[in-house]
Design a protein around this ligand. Structure first.
Ligand SMILES: [Zn+2]
Ligand SMILES: [Zn+2]
Length: 276
């Protein structure tokens, strides 16, 4: 049983300001309050260079109306002050040939929190496995983790590395989702996070997939801790107010099991911590 002072802070969620977001910000804020959240950091999509796939012409992941987003977010921050803390961040997609532009964007906009995400492999979202079907799932994953390392190195202004399992959600089978296969590739990434005071995310959208992804998270979290990593974050990665917050306790429990005593979220680019 948790006491009344137990806090819940979500550092990764999307409103309708994201091209694939369903709910208005206020609906999400109300859902968050109802679910006992003390803090929500919105992280709308900005995927510079994300191609439009067939059948997805209506989506534009590279578009984000930052002015309208900040305006609305600040109104809600004021309206719900005293009930919940609202942060205005971004989920920035990384792409090697566009890193200077992506880096300039995240620096200039004045976000509370910057999430770095590797959604792409060979220029396409990992979701579209046909573009990398010529690689084995494990080859694809090693290559993708290498991209994470190179791209993070080119974008020092980020706070959190999101969903470290993203490619494995879509590529391969359960046997390809064993963290031990990738620990050597991930070691330099985790060391870089630990040395630079960045956070590794536990993504609830990932955990809800179950199976080996859950074990993958436990293993990567332990490896990160062994390499000196202290900062972790929890992201619902919600795109809708429906079912908002489901699975949060699972993420908290996993962090406790892996030896973490607190997790972090970022306001004005500075980490604030929540006890586990
Ligand atoms: Zn993402
Ligand atoms: Zn997201």
């Amino acid at each position: 049983m948790r006491g009344n002072d137990h806090m819940r802070a979500d550092s990764h969620l999307h409103s309708a300001f994201s091209t694939d977001g369903v709910s208005e910000m206020e609906e999400l804020v109300r859902a968050g309050i109802a679910q006992g959240f003390s803090c929500m950091i919105f992280t709308e999509h900005k995927d510079i260079g994300m191609p439009k796939e067939e059948g997805e012409e209506d989506y534009d992941f590279s578009a984000l109306d930052t002015d309208a987003y900040f305006r609305r977010g600040r109104e809600l921050r004021e309206k719900y002050a005293g009930q919940i803390k609202i942060g205005l961040g971004v989920e920035a997609g990384m792409l090697a040939e566009r890193m200077p532009e992506i880096d300039a964007f995240v620096r200039s906009a004045g976000f509370d929190e910057i999430i770095a995400s590797q959604h792409l492999i060979l220029g396409h979202d990992c979701y579209w496995t046909k573009y990398y079907a010529h690689l084995s799932p494990q080859e694809a994953a090693h290559r993708w983790i290498g991209d994470i390392y190179r791209n993070l190195s080119a974008m020092p202004e980020y706070d959190i590395l999101a969903h470290p399992d993203y490619l494995l959600r879509y590529a391969g089978q359960e046997e390809d989702r064993r963290y031990a296969l990738y620990s050597d590739s991930y070691a330099p990434v985790l060391r870089m996070l630990a040395e630079n005071g960045k956070a590794l995310e536990v993504n609830i959208g990932s955990l809800r997939r179950g199976g080996n992804i859950t074990v993958f998270y436990q293993d990567i979290l332990r490896h990160y801790r062994d390499l000196g990593g202290e900062l972790v974050s929890i992201g619902t990665d919600a795109h809708s107010a429906e079912g908002y917050g489901t699975g949060f306790e699972m993420a908290e429990e996993m962090l406790r099991i892996c030896g973490f005593r607190f997790y972090a979220y970022f306001v004005n680019r500075a980490p604030e911590t929540v006890k586990l």
